[in-house]
Design a protein around this ligand. Structure first.
Ligand code: BG6
Length: 513
């Protein structure tokens, strides 16, 4: 059987959800190459892959941006950034070799001739470096540049491939700012690239423990019978950060925590936690199941949004004992800003499996610690022999970060002559069990894109469904009449009291992180 150009060779050596594919030689063109993402994440990730010997021999990197710069200047900027942000410390001889694969291409995003010159340069690189005409275009530029870049790539013929080669595009978030703009962007992308060529990145999906959710659920027989409304009391998902807006006010003021984190990262974690078993591990089987979860989320009326969703903004306070300013006092933030830096929600997935199981989610900046986890709180055991006075539940915690791992809280007898019962933890830590550091999310995702494996990238319908869930909340918050209140919380606290009330009225509380 002939293998299509875009279908990678199976690779028994690569393990993963569905990725049994080999990353192929290619040129990675990064649009927005002088920006933060390239320096903090993308190039350090590529360096780590090179240092670990994970990259194919021929991988060249072309940075595309407006500022004039030579290849050498670009290389030295990236070296400084990689030394600062890389997961492993930079080894001189590896960097020297790696840096030889980095080039800079200066052009305006709107300038057609810049893309013609790019096409020529890519052809030359193919000839001299053996990148076989394979191109990975990474959109790390600001979203208002996506359309001209896409149009110009198409006009320069760079969306097409010759026989046996491929062209793919990785698009960073935010993917639109509501359903209408996401649809519009999807159709703009579609004018230049097919869905199979399009990789919408959500870096949370590349996190080791996020990937492990499916393994935990579907490689172990013990959880499956319990994973439903009969045994689960409720689920909590928290993504807490001590960081504030960190010089990103321009973007954050137009986004807020709901668009920045819930629409993508948190809903993706929820999908992995709640989805039905896929029929196989192909990208589409998994994504078919994920999209059903978002589609089944109960939609709220305007009035219900005030009771089911809490929004907050940090005021001045202290993080790790250091005083910090409030959000409204941050640089480039409107002093009357209504932007939320915290959201808590109570969700329901209206399916047989999840009927009436509350899912509580919270996400916020300037919280007391940085931690992301998912906890499954099981129903109380019958209060017949034990548990008469205890309200403790068995809790399975999936720690996405830091200290990646999984723990299970069970009840145990305290040693001694009396029958005192206390909760104890069975705990698995990635670090100690496997003795090696997990790769950064971007490492995994870049390799997947080079391998043609889209499993950990969001499909068009997933993104649109997620926006269709988010839009009514944003509309309610921005309504002229009866908009739900924006609560303030001191930096360094766990958010506004209203977030605690959301659970307290169900007789529950947030798990202590
Ligand atoms: C980004 C958000 O997508 O994720 C940021 O835009 C947030 O606001 C970040 O800080 C969190 O990612 P991580 O991997 O640091 O938890």
């Amino acid at each position: 059987m002939n293998r299509a150009a875009d279908q990678p060779e199976p690779n028994p050596l690569r393990e993963g959800l569905s990725a049994r594919a080999v990353p192929q030689p290619c040129t990675i063109v990064i649009f927005g190459a002088t920006g933060d993402l390239t320096h903090r994440k993308l190039v350090p990730a590529l360096y780590n892959l090179a240092a670990d010997g994970e990259l194919p021999l021929a991988v060249e990197i072309v940075g595309f941006a407006r500022r004039p710069k030579t290849d050498d200047e670009f290389r030295s900027d990236l070296e400084e950034a990689t030394r600062k942000f890389s997961r492993q410390s930079v080894r001189d001889e590896i960097w020297k070799n790696f840096a030889q694969s980095i080039f800079y291409h200066q052009s305006e995003f709107e300038d057609e001739s810049g893309y013609k010159a790019l096409a020529k340069r890519l052809d030359e690189i193919d000839k001299s470096h053996g990148t076989r005409g394979n191109r990975l275009f990474y959109f790390a530029a600001s979203p208002d540049q996506f359309e001209p870049i896409l149009k110009n790539l198409k006009n320069a013929g760079l969306n097409q491939t010759c026989k046996g080669s491929w062209a793919r595009v990785i698009i960073e978030k935010p993917f639109g700012s509501d359903l209408a703009s996401a649809r519009e962007l999807n159709s703009v992308v579609r004018n230049s690239f097919t869905e199979e060529q399009t990789y919408r990145i959500d870096h949370f999906l590349g996190k080791e423990t996020a990937q492990n959710i499916l393994v935990l659920r579907f490689a172990n027989a013990i959880f499956a019978p319990l994973w439903n409304t009969h045994y689960i009391d409720h689920v909590q998902i928290t993504a807490a950060e001590t960081l504030g807006v960190e010089g990103r006010a321009g973007y954050y003021e137009t986004a807020g925590a709901l668009r920045d984190m819930v629409q993508n990262h948190l809903l993706q974690l929820l999908c992995l936690t709640a989805m039905e078993p896929p029929t196989d591990l192909s990208a589409d089987s998994i994504r078919d199941e994920k999209v059903k979860v978002v589609r089944s989320l109960r939609r709220w009326s305007h009035n219900a949004i005030a009771t089911e969703v809490v929004r907050g903004q940090y005021a001045k306070g202290a993080i790790n004992g250091e005083p910090v300013v409030g959000y409204r006092q941050e640089k480039n933030v409107n002093p009357d800003s209504q932007t939320e830096t915290f959201v808590a929600l109570r969700l329901y997935i209206d399916t047989w499996r999840w009927a009436e199981v509350p899912i509580y989610m919270r996400v916020g900046k300037r919280l007391p610690k940085s931690a992301t986890d998912i906890s499954i709180h099981f129903k109380k055991a019958p209060a017949v022999l034990f548990n008469k006075d205890s309200h403790d539940l068995n809790v399975l915690v999936i720690r996405i970060q830091p200290d990646e791992g999984i723990s299970l809280r069970i009840h145990a007898k305290v040693p001694g002559t009396s029958f005192r019962i206390e909760p104890v933890k069975m705990d698995f830590h990635y670090g100690t069990s496997f003795g090696k550091a997990s790769p950064e999310a971007y490492e995994r995702l870049l390799l997947d894109a080079m391998s043609g494996d889209a499993t950990l990238f969001a499909r068009r319908d997933e993104v649109e469904e997620a926006w269709s869930f988010i839009d009514p909340i944003e509309e309610a918050w921005h309504a002229k009449k009866n908009a739900p209140e924006l609560f303030f919380y001191p930096a360094g606290s766990w958010g506004p009291e209203a977030a605690d009330d959301l659970l307290a009225r169900d007789g529950r509380s947030w798990r202590r992180l």
